[in-house]
Design a protein around this ligand. Structure first.
Ligand SMILES: [Zn+2]
Length: 171
């Protein structure tokens, strides 16, 4: 292979690939499966997370139709770009609720322990701190789950499906 041929090959593999129903693309939801066109339908389906998408080939965009989160992406020839998340308000509310959930309860626990400190030589002196840490951890996990659901984090979606598959095999 000559040098120019090699260079030509390299450009070919880097060439932009348009979105069409004959192609296969990485799934934008789970970032694990491949989405391919459904026969006789203007739609794509993922072979891993089973989500269904409608596509608008004119503006090279894709929208998930069977999810509670109305998400869409734009294909730039190589990869997906998030085109639209749901309305800004819901995201703002989720962030405010999350911050309050993570900060407020442990702060209250800590404040009560700070205002009425246990006797230093009491056997339960460790309890307020442990309680505050426990409260923080549990609320943090709740908020993490909320965020993962809201943003449909690819790693979270993929592990959820793996767990479901594992559970199904056991039955
Ligand atoms: Zn998928």
């Amino acid at each position: 292979m000559s040098r120019t041929e090699f260079r030509a090959n390299k450009t070919a593999s880097r060439e932009l690939r348009p979105l069409n129903f004959q192609g296969q693309y990485l799934c934008p939801v789970c970032r694990h499966g491949q989405i391919a066109g459904l026969t006789l339908m203007d739609a794509f389906a993922c072979d891993f997370c089973r989500h269904i998408f409608t596509a608008n080939l004119n503006d090279q965009s894709l929208q998930v139709v069977d999810s509670s989160q109305p998400m869409s992406w734009r294909w730039n020839g190589r990869t997906w770009q998030v085109a639209h998340r749901d309305e800004f308000n819901l995201t703002a509310v989720i962030w405010i609720v999350s911050t309050v959930l993570v900060v407020l309860p442990p702060a209250l626990v800590w404040l009560s322990a700070y205002t009425f400190p246990p006797l230093p030589d009491s056997a339960w002196a460790w309890f307020p701190l442990a309680w505050a840490i426990g409260t923080f951890t549990i609320h943090f996990l709740m908020v993490f789950w909320l965020m993962a659901e809201h943003y449909q984090l690819p790693l979270y979606v993929a592990s959820k499906i793996r767990l479901q598959q594992l559970f199904r095999q056991r039955q």
